[in-house]
Design a protein around this ligand. Structure first.
Ligand code: GLN
Length: 277
């Protein structure tokens, strides 16, 4: 019996290797997946977390390591679940697909639990709040979000920079009636840093991005200023596959414990300095 199971597992393992992807094969004929534990992980014994490590203080590189709030929280979750942690870095726009296909077990990327994304993934309970903020150049006349609309009214050639595939991009590209600036006035960049770079070169008028990374960009560069106005407030959560109820339950349970015992708050405080709040 054991021998048979082992050979099935080996065969499955080999076919995964041959397919050249780390994900569990879809189980259609009662054959166990690569991870035969109830959590059906992409890799047995390992919590594979995807992120996009250009979003400090949630995730960024420190040398070769990915550090930040999400990295620490993922490590705490993995520990609770008795698993090793593996962090996989990718473009922000690829994260949802990686979770959907089971290539990774979950993603944590300062990701807003938006209704659009909830069509493709499930979200855990929220572990942090994000606010969309507006960055301008230090000498800019723009003081409030209303000033941006005034520029549109005056027929000025307003250009708003955002990171592609983010909620900031989604809001900004909506029509003025819906609270955005219209697609023609929005430029999408591959990451926040590239948008900020374009702002410093005077190619765009402002950048809309989540407030914590916004603060980091402004703190690192005197030529930038953060507007006082908050644009939109949102909840960050962990994205999980729609088809893995056991994993979702285990993650929510572990997260509830980490929220309850103050671990989440300690992690947030470690990376977000109270004085900035
Ligand atoms: N919170 C934003 C979103 O979910 C931005 C996240 C990010 O760029 N990492 O779209």
């Amino acid at each position: 019996m054991m021998k048979k199971l082992l050979s099935i597992l080996l065969a499955v393992g080999m076919s995964v290797a041959l397919m050249g992807c780390g994900g569990s094969p879809s189980v259609s004929s009662g054959v166990p997946s690569a991870d035969s534990s109830p959590l059906h992980l992409a890799q047995a014994g390992v919590l594979t977390m995807a992120t996009s490590a250009a979003f400090p203080p949630y995730e960024s590189y420190d040398g070769e390591n990915i550090v930040g709030i999400d990295a620490d929280l993922a490590a705490a979750l993995a520990e609770r679940l008795g698993l090793q942690l593996k962090i996989v870095d990718m473009d922000f726009g690829s994260l949802i697909g990686a979770v959907e296909t089971g290539k990774v077990d979950l993603c944590m990327a300062g990701m807003t639990a938006s209704p659009e994304r909830a069509k493709n993934v499930n979200f855990s309970t929220s572990y942090a709040t994000g606010i969309q903020a507006v960055i301008v150049g230090e000498h800019s006349d723009i003081r409030t979000v209303e000033d941006l609309y005034a520029m549109l009214d005056e027929g000025k050639d307003l250009l708003v920079g955002t990171q592609e595939a983010t909620t900031g991009y989604l809001y900004a590209t909506k029509s003025v009636e819906e609270g955005g600036f219209g697609e023609n006035h929005v430029v999408g960049f591959q990451n926040g840093a590239a948008a900020v770079q374009a702002l410093m070169l005077g190619k765009i008028d402002c950048v809309i991005i989540d407030n914590q990374p916004a603060k980091e960009f402004v703190a690192a560069n005197r030529a930038l200023r953060l507007l006082d106005t908050e644009y939109v407030s949102e909840e960050y959560a962990i994205a999980l596959p729609k088809t893995n109820a056991a994993l979702e339950e285990a993650v929510n349970q572990a997260l509830a414990e980490l929220l309850e015992d103050g671990t989440v708050q300690t992690i947030l405080d470690k990376h977000i300095h109270a004085a900035e709040e």
